[in-house]
Design a protein around this ligand. Structure first.
Ligand SMILES: CC(C)(COP(=O)(O)OP(=O)(O)OC[C@H]1O[C@@H](n2cnc3c(N)ncnc32)[C@H](O)[C@@H]1OP(=O)(O)O)[C@@H](O)C(=O)NCCC(=O)NCCS
Length: 299
């Protein structure tokens, strides 16, 4: 067994980034769950001041493990399937925590992650539920919205400020989603999956603001990777001023209708384990638990 060497980098070059992404692919194949979340995957492609990368090497040049942490203290790590049980994961985890990470994601909460967290004295501090449901032809019909509300597609170049406003207030207490900036939004809009037709805005047509616009009451941003038979409730929010008025169900179904009309078989979504109201909404719309991701941290 060769010694593990860790390298801490503010950004990674293209060669290392490709090697890490290839390793993430092998990890996903071996474990049956994505090894890296979207934000950290994006940070491998374009340098970001708030993300620090840790590469683990065994011997000279071959990366055998990868970890990253952001400025908010969130971290992720994975080890190449053929380099496990050699202390690499433990070394990466300790380096993440020493560097300031307060929580480390375990996608799928695999038994190896549970075991590693336990031996390092970490406990589950947050759960992210993956919920899923099939889509059928019945879903393809748009629901009727409560009176006074109209749905339209996001207009790039015009709707960014209004959407950032509603997203910020709807997700004010959410660790990641509430702090999305214009740059973050533009970066997502530049991805190959971005489709404004699937980014649905619900307006309150009974009100007009100072700029002559109808205020946004809710939104449902759907996502579909090119070629995938599955869609995602990417982000769904109701403005706090409009909560409790029966919008959540119809707004969920608007997005499902958009995805069903594209002939997709299934839809999934991510929701925090403590967001009981959202989970209840999704259960009522036929979603069931598919997987759980856990954040491990110090008690
Ligand atoms: C979890 C993961 C990072 C562990 O990496 P690793 O390099 O194999 O871990 P280590 O060799 O450093 O293991 C350290 C200790 O954790 C425990 N452990 C790790 N994997 C284990 C497993 N499959 N079964 C039981 N215990 C395990 C053991 O106590 C181990 O010590 P030991 O080998 O001396 O018994 C790796 O399995 C992985 O990449 N999984 C997918 C990504 C993931 O779940 N990341 C979240 C981590 S919190």
């Amino acid at each position: 067994m060769s010694e593990t060497r860790l390298e801490t980098l503010p950004h990674v070059d293209d060669v290392t980034s490709s090697a890490v992404l290839a390793m993430a692919g092998r990890v996903a194949d071996a474990d049956g769950v994505e090894a890296i979340s979207e934000a950290f995957r994006l940070a491998l492609g374009s340098p970001r001041s708030e993300v620090t990368h840790l590469i683990a090497y065994a011997g000279e040049s071959r990366p055998v493990g990868y970890a990253a942490r952001d400025a908010a203290g969130s971290g992720e790590l994975f080890v190449d399937p053929d380099s496990r049980r050699q202390g690499v994961g433990r070394a990466l985890l300790r380096a993440l925590l020493d560097g300031g990470a307060t929580g480390v994601w375990a996608h799928g909460d695999l038994s190896a992650a549970q075991a590693l967290a336990a031996v390092e004295g970490l406990v589950s501090t947050r759960e992210l539920h993956v919920m899923a449901r099939p889509l059928t032809a019945v879903d393809a019909v748009d629901p009727v919205l409560p009176e006074g509300f109209l749905v339209r597609a996001f207009a790039p170049g015009r709707d960014e400020p209004a959407w950032l406003d509603i997203n910020g207030v709807a997700f004010a207490t959410h660790p990641e989603q509430g702090s999305i900036t214009l740059d973050d939004l533009r970066e997502r809009m530049a991805q190959d999956w971005f489709d404004p037709a699937g980014f649905l805005l619900v307006e309150d047509t009974t009100q007009t603001d100072s700029s002559g616009q109808h205020p946004l009451a809710a939104f449902h941003w759907t996502k579909r990777e090119p070629g995938s038979a599955s869609g995602e409730v990417y982000v769904l929010g109701v403005h706090p001023a409009y909560q409790g008025r029966g919008l959540a169900g119809p707004v969920t179904r608007l997005g499902l209708a958009h995805l069903a009309r594209q002939g997709l078989d299934t839809v999934d979504l991510y929701v925090d384990g403590d967001n009981e109201r959202a989970i209840a909404t999704y259960r009522r719309q036929g979603f069931t638990d598919a997987a759980v991701h856990v954040v491990y941290g110090r008690r």
